[in-house]
Design a protein around this ligand. Structure first.
Ligand code: EPU
Length: 334
């Protein structure tokens, strides 16, 4: 276990915000965390690589970073394998490991920044797959009394970028392991955008080709956080009533849409709304809207959480005024 007082958080959030935490604890096992829990300054904040959060200020409390990086096959039947993965395992390394082993289910989620624990909180998703599609169980430590709890997938209440850990149980558990059920038989999911076309160009729907195609598509339009600070999609794609969408089409006939889980609703790409409200590539001080994907806000250097928030608020107001649609952040503002 590593404990750092007055810890700089710049290397612990992909937006690159230079905030300071009173204390930062890197924990290696649930037992270790349980032993020191009572002595830690509150509030507690469990993070992964900080790829989906923006520090609005210095954090007066303790940041918990999982250093649990084991990976183990714990079961197998004729069609699937059960894999237990430590919450600190880098997500993309898990995708690569699965692809190399011939396990299906996470290949479309290649190159998403962050760690396995966060994938179970955010229900990360891309190109027609979500992490929750393959999650079987989540193991977590209670931050109140250090007890272990096992959450079934149903108990996690997964929905589009949502889980119980972001809502009812926010801040109450630190995830130690996630158990995934991955398929042993080919099950390519290629219906999103131009993925199928890219996969064909690479030679057909193998795990390797699909994950490579996803990497290529992402690299074309998403900034690498190591080069330009960002937190991925800053906003969620809004889900609006079908009747509202039909009205909007009268003024904006090109507005794209996706089906939503609820049949009476429809999902609209926030990136399109933001771009067509004139924000793509625009800056407000050191915070900017990424020039190749308007859904991503970037830190051009030295931005504070307040700079990012000011830009996000200006975009939200402008989108609300133009389309009557309220954008909600996907990134967690701390
Ligand atoms: N669009 C624009 N302008 C833009 C961005 C997008 O017009 O600046 C339009 C595109 O032309 C397309 C539509 O919006 O018609 C959707 O764009 P895209 O396929 O790039 O996907 P997205 O809706 O912007 C979502 C996820 C991404 C994920 C992609 C691919 C959310 C909030 N974002 O983005 O996830 O990679 O789909 O599945 O759901 C993330 O969450 O961090 C993330 C990157």
């Amino acid at each position: 276990m590593k404990i750092t007082q007055s810890a700089r958080l710049k290397g612990h959030n992909t937006m690159g915000i230079d905030a300071v935490a009173d204390c930062l604890v890197e924990w290696n096992s649930p037992e270790e965390l349980r032993c020191i829990l009572d002595d830690l300054e509150r509030p507690l904040l469990a993070i992964g690589q900080g790829s989906n959060l923006v520090f609005m200020d210095d954090f007066h409390g303790t940041v918990l970073v999982s250093a649990i990086r084991d990976i183990e096959v714990i079961g197998q039947d004729s069609g699937s394998v059960l894999v237990k993965v430590g919450s600190g395992y880098v997500w993309d390394d898990f995708v690569t490991y699965s692809v190399l082993n011939g396990w299906w289910g996470v290949e479309n989620l290649a190159a998403i920044p962050g760690q396995v624990g966060a994938s179970a909180v955010q229900n990360i998703g891309a190109y027609g797959q979500e992490s929750s599609d393959c999650i079987e169980t989540v193991l977590a430590v209670s931050l109140e009394d250090g007890s272990m709890r096992e959450f079934s997938k149903e108990e996690c209440r997964y929905a589009y970028r949502q889980s119980i850990f972001k809502n009812e149980l926010k801040g109450r558990y630190a995830i130690s392991h996630v158990i995934f059920r991955l398929g042993l038989k080919p099950a390519p999911k290629l219906s999103y955008g131009n993925l199928a076309q890219k996969v064909v160009a690479l030679g057909g729907p193998t795990l390797k080709n699909i994950s490579e195609a996803v990497r290529d598509i992402r690299a074309e339009k998403l900034p690498d956080p190591a080069v330009l600070g960002n937190a991925g999609s800053f906003f969620m794609n809004p889900v609006i009533p079908l009747s509202q969408y039909r009205d909007l089409l009268k003024t904006f006939p090109d507005m794209p849409s996706y089906p939503a889980a609820d049949g009476g609703m429809i999902k609209v790409p926030a990136g399109w709304l933001i771009e067509h409200a004139g924000w793509k590539g625009r800056s407000m001080g050191p915070a900017a809207v990424y020039e190749r994907q308007a859904l991503v806000l970037v830190n051009k250097g030295g931005a504070t959480g307040a700079d990012i928030l000011a830009l996000a608020n200006a975009i939200t107001d402008s989108v609300k005024e133009k389309y009557g649609i309220l954008l909600n952040p996907e990134a967690n503002l701390i």
